[in-house]
Design a protein around this ligand. Structure first.
Ligand SMILES: Nc1ncnc2c1ncn2[C@@H]1O[C@H](COP(=O)(O)OP(=O)(O)O)[C@@H](O)[C@H]1O
Ligand SMILES: [Mg+2]
Length: 183
């Protein structure tokens, strides 16, 4: 068993059981810092609300929502997207209660794998995939299972949009023998 720190989740890898558990990160510290800033500069905050008055409260409070809820939302979206589409490119997510997900284990690609991103944009053009290139250019978000590329991290709506359109094509055409493992 070992732990991996993701952007919004902490992943407990239970390789011997063939599963991982993704725990949503709930980051209190940035929220407390934000509240402290509001309390220190109440007039700035009121001015901001006045200018942005048409903006919904939840949007304004994204600096609170993001650190508290991003992991929970990604977990739930990942599970729902898998359950609804069952795309071949998705590493199966078996279960979710938001706070944690259970997903099938596959050994992630090393982030320094060479030839990964180049092959992806050859299969699906930059114009389709470029607006989420941070995600897709990081091989650690993917794995090779049964000699096919699978996605491990698909909780973000930007990512699911691309996978929904191009996931089958990527899964069918990606050739694992053309990537070079990190030395
Ligand atoms: N199904 C899985 N099997 C093995 N390792 C995984 C699996 N899912 C995630 N990981 C590892 O955990 C890391 C973080 O998981 P990820 O789903 O990307 O979380 P986050 O959305 O928080 O970035 C991945 O980069 C990968 O190394
Ligand atoms: Mg990730």
């Amino acid at each position: 068993m070992y732990f991996v720190k993701g952007k919004t989740r902490i992943v407990i890898v239970l390789q011997e059981w063939g599963i991982v558990i993704k725990l949503a990160k709930i980051r209190l510290w940035p929220v407390l810092r934000h509240i402290k800033r509001i309390l220190r500069h109440p007039s700035d905050t009121l001015e901001y609300i006045r200018i942005e008055r048409r903006t919904k409260w939840w949007y304004w409070s994204s600096s609170i929502k993001q650190p508290l809820l991003a992991g929970l939302m990604e977990n739930w979206c990942e599970f729902r997207f898998y359950r609804k589409t069952r795309l071949k490119i998705l590493q199966p997510t078996f279960f979710s209660v938001g706070l944690f997900n259970i997903q099938k284990y596959a050994e992630p690609l090393d982030p320094n794998t060479e030839g990964f991103w180049v092959q992806l944009i050859r299969i699906v053009s930059w114009s389709r995939i470029g607006f989420d290139h941070h995600h897709f250019s990081n091989p650690a978000n993917f794995a090779i299972a049964e000699n096919k590329l699978v996605a491990l991290d698909y909780g973000n709506p930007r990512t699911t949009k691309i996978l929904f359109r191009c996931g089958d094509k990527i899964h069918d055409q990606f050739d694992p023998s053309k990537i070079i493992p990190a030395r």
